[in-house]
Design a binder for this molecule. Structure first.
Ligand code: MSP
Length: 648
């Protein structure tokens, strides 16, 4: 059988700022594709990286008073940290400042130049630095960026430049698009691109002389290569096409899937394939342009102050909840919306109520009625057969949906199975069967079927939510039983072994309280915001009575032990002594205190707060801390006083 190869890429992100939840969306989609294809036996290569050159980065570095390299190094480390926290299983991370990339960019430039498709001339036109895009007078008559998602002012650029003869390839590209219906997806973007090309392609300016932060033009070191020419090349430079060992390139090019946001489809489906054609290489197989993730106020931007940091959300809700939300909420190819309330609602309904509950109910009944062991099933009746038939159908639906970028549809199919199984519990009422010894066989069949449906659902969610299945395996007694965790095993009923011993555990997706009635839950910690305190009080400033304050039970607590919470950047798990009692409190202070620094301190806690679950740990209270401008200080007492003492 020929080896099946699957190569998936994300855009390489600009390290001009930290990444936001919109970037996490593309990368999560790519990761899901990579994980799915690995499970299906493909040889997978998953590439992501950073696009480090260009005028925008050079300016940002100057503002920060550091060199461009120092500037990007710090931010790129942040990218890699985010991907780790989000469980992104990339095989390679390419940085455009690496020599392996620069050599290929220069060679590609040289090849196109030698073919006669790059020539020197004078450029006069408009440039959008945030988009790193050239516009002609006709395209930007109002001196604003012609990208409808940008519309920021453009700058006049007049300099000697090298030009790439794109116009020569327009007909060949149109033919390629027509002959390869999967090349540009969804079809609406393909239609946009076809009309863009038909409206006339202009030659592209591919070098700059007015700044230095880029890869030198190999034939003329006064120039640096245009940042998009540089960046797009990453998809082949990472495969080392002209090195001693070109096996990776041979295997993975051009069977590539480029995932990009809709705003950069043009670069990937017009400039990039023409660059490849001009250099004698094949154009990429597929480019999928997804929609934007919008937040309250529309597009995320620093100036609007609505940028959502995925790390904060991962810390609060876990990586799988964020991944599930992104993949489930984004409609195919169109824009989707993020809000924290929508995220909490999705998590509570789909993950806690549907998926988590199916596991809890199934394992609770298996424990109660079968001594925690998977029983031998009997002959199926019509209800059982209906459940089995659905379980037989869903994997196929998921298999069709994922490669077509229909992530939401794939998850909806899996949830049909989860919900059918939940309904099956009501229909078969195992607790009733348990009362009648004559129905023991039927009870065993029902409980077996539930455990099996749960197993299949857990296999199928693996590419989407990789942290979840191991937790299901642990509870179903399947840890280490890899044959029951493969994709193929989910396509055949009966993979859960009779006799497997369960390990019931905590709910895998505890319900999240909405922010308004959330017991502030210690993470983020209760913060006495110094800035807010010095604001002049308006007329409506609400005053509270002493009786309101008296409802809060503040106590002195001694920190006995502290440790970092796994996979939660900001959280420390503290063991406190409050009078005679020992308590666990999870506090969002890990970026400000090491465990050693906090142990031994006497701090102040809210002792009568409803317990809250954070990262599976029940937090019994909340500590007080003050913060301003990103600095934080935990409140302590300034004389030695017994723990448990009331603070009033
Ligand atoms: N560096 C270029 C890409 C070069 S690829 C050869 C770039 N970088 S970017 O960091 O500005 O954007 C990267 C990707 O993030 C783009 O695909 C863009 O569409 C996507 N997104 C930025 N904001 C987004 C949302 N709010 N929602 C979804 N995707 C978003 O462009």
């Amino acid at each position: 059988m020929p080896e099946k190869a699957f190569y998936v890429t994300t855009p390489i992100y600009y390290p001009s700022d930290r990444l936001h939840i919109g970037h996490a969306l593309t990368t999560t989609m790519a990761d899901t594709l990579a994980r799915y294809h690995r499970m299906r036996g493909y040889d997978v290569w998953f590439l992501t990286g950073s696009d480090e050159h260009g005028q925008k980065i050079e300016r940002k570095a100057k503002e920060a008073g550091v060199t461009p390299k120092e500037y990007v190094d710090r931010i790129v480390a942040g990218f890699q940290h985010l991907w780790k926290m989000l469980n992104i299983s990339y095989d390679d991370f390419i940085r455009t400042t690496e020599p392996r990339h620069q050599e290929v960019v220069q060679e590609l430039f040289r090849r196109i130049y030698n073919n006669g498709d790059i020539y020197k001339s004078e450029y006069e036109g408009w440039y959008c630095t945030p988009c790193e895009t050239f516009w002609t007078e006709r395209q930007a008559p109002d001196r604003l960026c012609a990208n409808p998602d940008c519309r920021r002012p453009v700058e006049l650029v007049k300099e000697e430049s090298y030009f790439f003869r794109m116009s020569k390839y327009a007909d060949r590209l149109l033919r390629h698009i027509e002959e390869n219906p999967e090349f540009i997806q969804p079809v609406t973007r393909k239609n946009e691109m076809v009309s863009f090309i038909k409206s006339g392609l202009e030659d592209l300016c591919v070098s700059r002389t007015t700044f230095d932060w880029g890869i030198p033009v190999p034939i003329d070191e006064k120039h640096v290569i245009y940042v998009w020419f540089d960046a797009l090349t990453n998809y082949v430079s990472a495969l080392d096409p002209w090195g001693k060992d070109d096996s990776k390139f041979k295997k993975f090019w051009p069977v590539v899937t480029h995932l990009v946001g809709k705003d950069i489809v043009r670069f990937h489906t017009v400039i990039w394939p023409i660059m490849l054609m001009a250099a004698g290489l094949e154009p990429p197989k597929r480019v999928f342009g997804h929609g934007w993730l919008l937040v309250e106020g529309g597009k995320m931007s620093k100036s609007k102050g609505n940028v959502v940091d995925p790390l904060v959300l991962i810390d609060r809700y876990g990586a799988d909840a964020i991944r599930y939300f992104l993949l489930r909420e984004m409609p195919y190819g169109a824009d989707g919306y993020y809000s924290e309330d929508a995220l909490i609602t999705r998590t509570n309904t789909d993950l806690a109520n549907d998926f988590g509950n199916l596991l809890s109910r199934t394992t609770a009944m298996l424990e109660k009625f079968c001594g925690g062991v998977i029983p031998e099933p009997g002959d199926p009746d019509s209800l059982d057969r209906e459940l089995m038939a659905l379980a037989g159908q869903v994997p196929g639906e998921v298999e069709r949906a994922i490669p077509e970028f229909q992530f939401s549809q794939a998850l909806a199919a899996i949830w049909r199975l989860v919900n059918r199984a939940n309904k099956y519990i009501e229909e078969t009422a195992p607790w009733g069967l348990a009362r009648d010894p004559a129905r023991r066989g039927r009870l065993n069949t029902v409980l077996y079927n539930l455990a099996e449906a749960m197993r299949i659902a857990a296999v199928l969610v693996t590419p989407f939510m990789p942290d979840t299945p191991p937790r299901v395996w642990a509870q179903l007694g399947l840890t280490g039983k890899e044959e029951a965790q493969t994709w193929d095993s989910a396509c055949t009923w009966g993979g859960i072994p009779v006799g497997a011993r369960l390990q019931r555990g905590e709910p895998i997706f505890p319900r999240i309280e909405f922010k308004d009635d959330e017991p502030a839950g210690a993470a983020p910690p209760q913060v006495v915001d110094a800035k807010a305190e010095v604001q002049p009080k308006g007329e409506e400033a609400e005053l509270i009575g002493i009786e309101d304050f008296a409802r809060v039970d503040l106590r002195v607590a001694e920190v006995l032990a502290a440790e970092k919470v796994e996979k939660a950047d900001k959280l420390l798990k503290l063991t406190l002594r409050v009078g005679e009692e020992e308590r666990t409190v999870v506090a969002g202070i890990a970026q400000h205190y090491t465990p050693d620094e906090i142990v031994g301190k006497k701090i102040v806690v809210v002792a009568n707060l409803k317990p809250a679950k954070l990262r599976g740990i029940t937090s019994q209270g909340m500590l007080l801390a003050a913060s301003v401008d990103g600095r934080l200080s935990v409140l302590t007492v300034d004389r030695d006083i017994d723990s448990g003492a009331r603070v009033k």
